[in-house]
Design a protein around this ligand. Structure first.
Ligand SMILES: Cc1cc2nc3c(=O)[nH]c(=O)nc-3n(C[C@H](O)[C@H](O)[C@H](O)COP(=O)(O)OP(=O)(O)OC[C@H]3O[C@@H](n4cnc5c(N)ncnc54)[C@H](O)[C@@H]3O)c2cc1C
Length: 411
């Protein structure tokens, strides 16, 4: 996927400059353009694209995608799983499951969807094109200069000015340095992930192709779910690297992947054997910060709230950010200095509170997934006793009423 507008086609004075064209940046660009703003996205890469494979979207995000008119495309490209099944990685037994069917839909008002991340980015990209967003590639922003009523994102050739610059430049955000001197925190866990054609999964034993299946193991977990209407099987293996714990510089290699998962049940071992070894993703997050706005510069997506992926919410929260900002943005023509200021104050307050809760809960959730010994036995017993139709532990995340304290949250 490529294309960049030519300088001649460019709107002379966009209202909003978005730095970064990942899922977060394109979501915000689309939401703001749909609300009538002129938006330009500056992406450092020569093309818009995503690495990795599957992405889970909870109903807190799919409600918003529906409101944006994109949910049909998303469900057509993805899969609506029947259940979220939790299993023990050592013995393969089912611990509990969450029914994602009718009751779930009634309760949360939108489906749980799994989708190839490049398909989601493609849908957002096309939506941005239709909404008239100016999409610019090979534009690496070096810094932002912000004044009273405007800000400029500066590349090595151009200063792109607007009423607002939105930093959507990801986990390793350069622009976050305007807010905090923190650095990404390495969890010592590493992920191997990829999608294989279902035809190549015939020897993987009995797969639950209607479900998202998560195997909890000591210091590791393994996830399997279908993608692209069941044509692909997405797999993710994550583990705590012993070499990282010893302080080694090179850690999380394929030898460790083999060793850690050798203790697991046959289903997990055969799945991990199919994972590509060439590329791996060390897992980072950062601690929540409460300031996301400085003058006319604001943070969004992983630049604002990078989190461990155990709640499958990083992209979902970026979509919530986009929704919230667009709902507060002043209508075009009434955007004097005070109006934007008020919008940004509301955005910062609502989103920092909500995402801090998701970030910290994701860490705790990871501890529960990866425990061993007595804690593992207790966890398994509690989960086995759980009623699969009990949603009380996820209402805070997916619920219509509480989801992000959003104004006019779509229901
Ligand atoms: C293993 C794993 C599994 C995950 N699973 C899920 C899941 O199931 N559900 C979910 O919701 N989330 C999940 N996530 C999280 C999700 O992938 C991220 O939260 C999301 O992709 C962040 O999007 P973003 O646009 O904020 O950042 P990014 O995707 O990092 O995009 C940032 C963009 O900014 C560009 N950029 C950076 N610096 C500059 C610059 N100076 N100038 C111009 N451009 C720049 C980059 O090239 C990039 O395109 C997972 C993450 C991982 C690692």
């Amino acid at each position: 996927m490529t294309t960049s507008s030519s300088p001649a086609q460019r709107a002379p004075s966009p209202d909003v400059i978005v730095v970064g064209g990942g899922i977060g940046g394109l979501s915000s660009a689309y939401a703001l353009a749909s609300a009538g703003r002129q938006v330009r996205v500056l992406e450092q890469s020569p093309a818009f694209g995503e690495l990795g494979a599957g992405l889970q979207l909870g109903p807190n995000a799919t409600r918003i995608l529906r409101d944006w008119g994109l949910l049909d495309e998303v469900t057509a490209a993805g899969v609506q799983p029947r259940r979220l099944v939790l299993k023990d990685a050592l013995d393969g037994s089912e611990l509990t499951h969450l029914d994602l069917g009718r009751d779930f839909l009634n309760r949360y008002g939108a489906p749980y969807v799994v989708i190839h991340r490049s398909d989601l980015l493609d849908i957002l990209y096309r939506a941005c094109q239709r909404a008239g967003v100016d999409l610019v590639t090979s534009a690496r922003v070096l810094r932002v200069e912000t004044g009273a009523g405007s800000a400029a994102a500066v590349t090595d050739t151009t200063a792109h000015s607007g009423a607002l610059v939105l930093a959507a430049d990801g986990l390793w955000s350069t622009l976050r340095a305007n807010f905090s001197d923190d650095e990404p925190i390495c969890s010592g866990y590493v992920a191997y992930r990829g999608a294989i054609p279902l035809a190549e999964a015939a020897d993987l034993g009995q797969l639950s192709l209607d479900d998202v299946v998560v195997y909890f193991g000591p210091g590791c977990h393994f996830v399997q779910y279908p993608l692209r209407q069941g044509d692909l099987l997405n797999q993710v293996a994550v583990f705590a690297s012993p070499a990282f714990a010893r302080g080694a510089e090179d850690w999380g290699g394929p030898d460790e992947l083999e060793a850690v998962f050798s203790r697991c049940c046959a289903q997990v071992r055969s799945g991990t054997a199919k994972l590509e070894r060439e590329r791996r993703w060390p897992m980072f997050d950062r601690l929540p910060v409460s300031n996301w706005v400085q003058g006319r510069l604001a943070l969004t997506g992983d630049a604002a709230h990078p989190m461990l992926q155990y709640l499958a919410q990083g992209a979902c929260q970026a979509i919530e950010d986009a929704w919230t900002l667009s709902m507060h943005a002043p209508p075009r023509g009434s955007d004097g200095p005070d109006e934007w200021q008020e919008a940004l104050v509301s955005y910062e307050k609502l989103r920092t509170e909500r995402t801090a809760q998701v970030q910290t809960t994701a860490r705790a959730w990871g501890d529960l997934w990866h425990c061993d010994g007595l804690t593992r036995a207790l966890r398994n017993e509690l989960l086995r006793d759980r009623n699969p139709a009990d949603y009380k532990h996820i209402d805070w995340l997916y619920g219509k009423a509480v989801a992000c304290g959003l104004v006019n949250l779509p229901v």
